[in-house]
Ligand binder design. Structure first.
Ligand code: FES
Length: 279
């Protein structure tokens, strides 16, 4: 998901930058700058040979100024030689307005894209597996046992898993099927951590209190209380996680790959459905 956000943010930034560059490029093609227009306007108002005249005029004025300075005379300048302020014409004004909007679009683009881009990058680079799913999740056995007494699995949302009680009387049968995999350590202490994801097509499998089984609403796969497949299209029992039990703490390790559920036909608890099905 963070990768998708990063890609979307990069695409948005690219679109905004491309739009601004295209508009600025279009605006500048064939357009004269304000300074050029101003120079042209003044050049048009002069007659041929006026450059020479103005050079002579300036030299004469400088001589005159020197004479006046020496005499201490203050004479106001000829108003006709002072360049008059002229307001911007409509075209110059529209260029300024366009520049303003281009810069505004650029700013909005930067403000709108950079923060989400930065956050996405941060989320992408942030080390995963610190708390929650994808890491080790610790919960209390005493809390789980309260659920088991009510004949319900104990749901651990951070681990996206159910903690169920593996019955002591099934251990002999269980050893034949599970002793080779990592879930056996917890099973010997009466604990199985079942991943909530259906092994058929990935739906979340809820607990059916009436049947006392896990029953998938998507295509009807059913699993007994310890996650062994009993019915439906699922190719095996529910996957599970390794657990470590220390005192009252049960740590579910979801940092690696889930342990594959038991093969079809494995039924170590012989638990039949205890009531009507939910699907
Ligand atoms: S996803 Fe559960 S039975 Fe198909």
């Amino acid at each position: 998901m963070p990768v998708v956000l990063v890609i979307v943010a990069i695409l948005l930034a690219g679109i905004v930058a491309l739009t601004v560059i295209t508009k600025r490029g279009t605006a500048s093609v064939g357009a004269l700058s304000r300074e050029t227009k101003s120079r042209d306007k003044h050049a048009d108002s002069k007659t041929p040979g006026s450059d020479l005249e103005s050079i002579e005029t300036v030299a004469a004025r400088e001589r005159s100024d020197e004479t006046r300075d020496q005499a201490g005379v203050v004479v106001p300048r000829d108003a006709g030689t002072i360049e008059q302020w002229t307001p911007l014409d409509a075209e110059e004004l529209s260029v300024s307005r366009r520049m303003f909007f281009n810069r505004a679009i650029l700013m909005v683009g930067l403000v709108g894209v950079l923060p989400p881009f930065g956050l996405s990058l941060l989320a992408f680079l942030w080390p995963s597996g610190v708390g929650g799913f994808g890491s080790k999740v610790t919960t209390k056995r005493s809390e789980a046992e309260k659920s088991w007494e009510k004949k319900e699995p104990f749901y651990v949302p951070e681990a996206r898993s159910y903690l169920v009680n593996y019955p002591a009387e099934a251990l002999a049968a269980g050893e034949k099927e599970y002793s080779a995999d990592a879930s056996w350590v917890g099973m010997q202490e009466g604990v199985v951590a079942l991943y909530q994801k259906c092994v058929h097509l990935g739906c979340r499998v809820p607990w059916c209190a009436s049947a006392q089984w896990f029953e998938c609403p998507c295509h009807g796969s059913k699993y007994n209380r310890v996650g062994e497949k009993r019915d439906g299209p699922a190719p095996r029992g529910l996957d599970r996680w390794p657990v470590v039990i220390s005192g009252d703490d049960i740590t579910i390790d979801t940092s690696g790959a889930a342990i594959n559920g038991p093969a079809i036909g494995i039924d170590t608890t012989k638990q039949a459905a205890e009531g009507p099905s939910c699907v």
